[in-house]
Ligand binder design. Structure first.
Ligand code: GLY
Ligand code: MN
Ligand code: MN
Length: 430
């Protein structure tokens, strides 16, 4: 792997915490992601299933994790991994795959078997159990026309074992994954540090006349040379009016004098995501108006960040942030007291210029798995990302940092990444 080995204690603890939520005499089965077909004989690069990774740290296709606390078959079947046996052909064409010993070392699961034995072993275990936990994707924003491996397994198990009780693993995974442990925060900090290097490179190299994709190339250059697997999500490099398209990913325009370039990118390191947004003047100096808008967004961001403390709910938080943004938009002359008076409660006036949420959970996934309606707790990591988008001025500004909630208040994992307008100008003109 390109990343430093993660302490297997993390995975062991995660499994213990999962098992503590299981009903008695239950088995849980977790699948790796599919290797997804591209065209012809090609596949998209493999990315591990985040839940499977969280529970065993194995970063290879065709891995299956089985948990069965107090399994009557014996202690060695309480935690079990199946992985594909390698062969000479795979060795020559693809190279290294886990040995049973290596898989056991990475995951801290002692019992690793080859997948060729899975059907018979699993059948016996399932027949001993009353309940089967399946791990279908319950991210509330997810939609797909294609069944992934866990969904396919759930369907086939339901057909094969119709008299068993089926349970959802995802509510437990949400509870666990939304609170980050120290080991996880360390890996996320590294993802943020690599992202910082990329941003500093962009500050040092961006010039009028470059293309957005040249900027993207500078970002991925720093990511790869520092051990990231790549982007945690498709990067947005949006100059001028492009910044007002929230999911602009074409990254194909030429940077023009006088424009601001909004960038939203983050490294993926050890399968953990960073998520950064910065908005910089292409020629190295913001205009007075651009700086006013920039500082308005920065003010909202600083105020919002302070509210990332245990006890608040996302709903209350978004309402408060909306009020702060509303005041800034009035100051900038973008909305008026009359607009506010006439606004619909479900679509406040500020939404004309700030139409997305301020924060989301971050972790193994950029929009991380979590319970949406529970109050903030220590150990959660949120982004903080207000923005103002003014198509009529060809200007969009978003500023985004990643924040850990702690008992001592919010800790900004991106505190070293330049953010003040003057500092950005200074570095661009150094
Ligand atoms: N980069 C995705 C987001 O900010 O939500
Ligand atoms: Mn982002
Ligand atoms: Mn984000």
């Amino acid at each position: 792997m390109k990343y430093k080995a993660i302490n297997p204690e993390l995975f062991k603890l995660n499994r213990e915490r999962f098992c503590a939520h299981m009903k008695p005499n239950s088995i849980a089965i977790f699948q790796a992601n599919d290797l997804l077909p591209r065209n012809g004989d090609c596949h998209f690069p493999f990315r591990q299933n985040s839940d499977l990774f969280y529970l065993c740290g194995l970063d290879q296709e065709e891995v299956v994790l089985v948990l069965y606390p107090n399994c009557p078959k014996g202690k060695q079947f309480e935690e079990l991994i199946f992985t594909k046996k390698t062969n000479d052909y795979i060795k020559i064409w693809e190279g290294y795959k886990y040995t049973q010993e290596d898989a056991a070392k990475v995951s801290a699961v002692a019992n690793v078997m080859w997948t060729e034995n899975m059907d018979s072993v699993l059948k016996e275990m399932i027949q001993l159990a009353d309940n089967i936990y399946v791990n279908t994707n319950e991210n509330d924003r997810a939609h797909s026309e294609v069944d992934e491996r866990n969904a396919r397994l759930a369907k086939s198990l339901r057909a094969a074992y119709p008299a068993h009780e089926f349970m959802r693993a995802q509510p437990i995974m949400k509870k666990l994954r939304m609170i980050k442990s120290t080991h996880e925060v360390e890996v996320m900090q590294e993802a943020c540090n690599i992202t910082e290097k990329a941003f500093r490179r962009v500050l040092a190299t961006t010039k009028v006349g470059m293309t957005e994709y040249e900027v993207e190339a500078n970002v991925i250059y720093e990511f790869i040379r520092n051990g990231a697997s790549g982007h945690a999500y498709t990067p947005i490099i949006a100059s001028g009016a492009n910044a007002c398209v929230l999911h602009y990913i074409a990254n194909e325009s030429t940077l023009k004098d006088g424009e601001v370039m909004l960038m939203d990118f983050g490294a993926e390191y050890g399968n953990y995501a960073a998520d950064l947004s910065r908005s910089i003047p292409v020629n190295g100096r913001y205009t007075e108006r651009q700086k006013a808008v920039y500082n308005a967004v920065l003010h909202v961001k600083k105020e919002a960040e302070k509210m990332l403390v245990a006890g608040t709910t996302l709903t209350e938080y978004h309402k408060e942030v909306g009020l702060i943004m509303q005041a800034e938009l009035v100051n900038l002359g973008l909305i008026t007291a009359t607009d506010i008076k006439n606004q619909r409660p479900e679509w406040p006036a500020y939404k004309k210029y700030f139409m997305h949420g301020t924060s989301h959970h971050l972790g193994l996934d950029v929009h991380d798995l979590a319970e949406r309606y529970v109050p903030f707790q220590n150990g959660m990591v949120f982004t903080c990302e207000p923005g103002i988008y003014i198509p009529e001025e060809n200007l969009g500004i978003r500023i985004e940092d990643d924040i850990l909630i702690t008992e001592n208040g919010p800790v900004n994992l991106m505190k070293n990444i330049p953010i003040e307008a003057d500092h950005i100008e200074e570095l661009m003109n150094a």
